[in-house]
Unconditional design. Structure first.
Length: 358
């Protein structure tokens, strides 16, 4: 799966540095991070790929495979979900919405083709197709205090609730949809035909920034993104997916459902995901930076890892902000270190939503 070549040419002409099909920056990394924290910014979300699930049995097909109730996803409401192994371990986190009768599944670009093949294995005789939609769908992110005003001036009324969606149009022509990700954060899904004009409009009032800036916003929002390094490492509750609406406990069976339900109702959850900061340089290994899959250690675990980094991104203040699953007992009583007991200590920060264990 690669970036649409026309769109890549457009972004390059407008100052983007693109590597492996993902926008890295438009100039100065530090200045872009600072703008993300304090101003209004515009991102090309090329670090994500999009799958299209189509066919008259698409809904029942996905209902039998994913952790959320796909019947609640529509053209006016997106949802978070996960695709799990039979043991309840997450293979991917998904942002899902509908386009007509088709379902669109957004996930990290690096996983998209492998997950497409995995989902296709379940099709069998079902009247369903799972295809790569990424070459025709462009997703843009707009974040900051003036983002809503910019969008309202352009498109009129906007969705009010979290993950609410609305069609966007100009001159009576539908150009795509806008999705509310948070109070000051929006995702615009459009086509290669309309993306250049929308980019020019938004960039008048928002600074273009690289993909790491949107990754940092996801981290600060407490939204986990499963990557190749963390596949099969976590059950949904370990990364707070049920707290942000990614699990439905009333729907029918799906791979791993029994494990997820048992943990919710019968088990005691020993690990939770927390937001934390790591100073940098933070480790004696030259050139090492925090990244997904890095193990965490605390003195109470006697040499065993007490946690793992889920996601990491450079922070505007320097160092890295991370989402990390940690043994709740270790989090409450011990210093938690990156990579070894001699590594940098995680400085825990408040998540934007409460943890029930607290």
């Amino acid at each position: 799966m690669t970036m649409n070549p026309d769109w890549q040419t457009f972004l390059t002409q407008h100052g983007a540095t693109i590597e492996a099909g993902v926008v890295q920056r438009f100039g100065d990394d530090d200045a872009e991070l600072n703008a993300t924290a304090h101003n209004t910014v515009l991102c090309d979300l090329s670090q994500f790929g999009t799958l299209r699930v189509s066919g008259e049995e698409a809904q029942s097909f996905l209902q039998n495979l994913l952790s959320n109730d796909i019947r609640e996803a529509g053209v006016t409401r997106a949802q978070l979900s996960s695709f799990n192994t039979a043991k309840g371990r997450m293979l991917a986190t998904l942002l899902i919405w509908r386009e007509g009768d088709d379902y669109l599944l957004q996930l990290p670009l690096s996983l998209a083709e492998a997950i497409r093949k995995k989902l296709s294995m379940y099709v069998l005789r079902a009247k369903v197709k799972v295809t790569d939609a990424g070459n025709g769908i462009i997703s843009l992110g707009l974040s900051g205090a003036s983002a809503q005003a910019v969008l309202r001036e352009q498109f009129g009324e906007l969705p009010q609730r979290q993950l609410g969606m609305a069609a966007i149009a100009q001159g009576g022509i539908i150009q795509g949809s806008v999705m509310r990700i948070g109070d000051t954060r929006w995702q615009i899904n459009t086509t290669t035909q309309h993306a250049p004009s929308l980019w020019k409009i938004f960039s008048r009032n928002a600074q273009p920034v690289g993909s790491a800036c949107w990754d940092w916003l996801n981290i600060r929002s407490g939204i986990p993104v499963i990557l190749a390094q963390t596949q099969e490492q976590f059950v949904a509750q370990m990364v707070n997916l049920e707290l942000i609406g990614g699990v439905n406990f009333r729907k029918g069976c799906y791979p791993g459902q029994e494990i997820v339900a048992r943990m919710q109702y019968l088990g005691k959850l020993k690990r939770r995901m927390y937001l934390a900061h790591l100073a940098y340089p933070a480790h004696p290994d030259s050139g090492s930076i925090p990244q997904a899959g890095d193990e965490l250690f605390s003195a109470d675990m006697e040499g065993q890892a007490s946690g793992m980094i889920v996601n990491a991104a450079p922070a505007p203040s320097g160092g890295y902000d991370v989402l990390a699953t940690v043994q709740t007992a270790s989090r409450e009583t011990q210093a938690v270190h990156w990579k070894s007991l001699q590594g940098e200590v995680l400085q825990f920060l408040p998540l934007p939503y409460p943890l029930p264990d607290a």
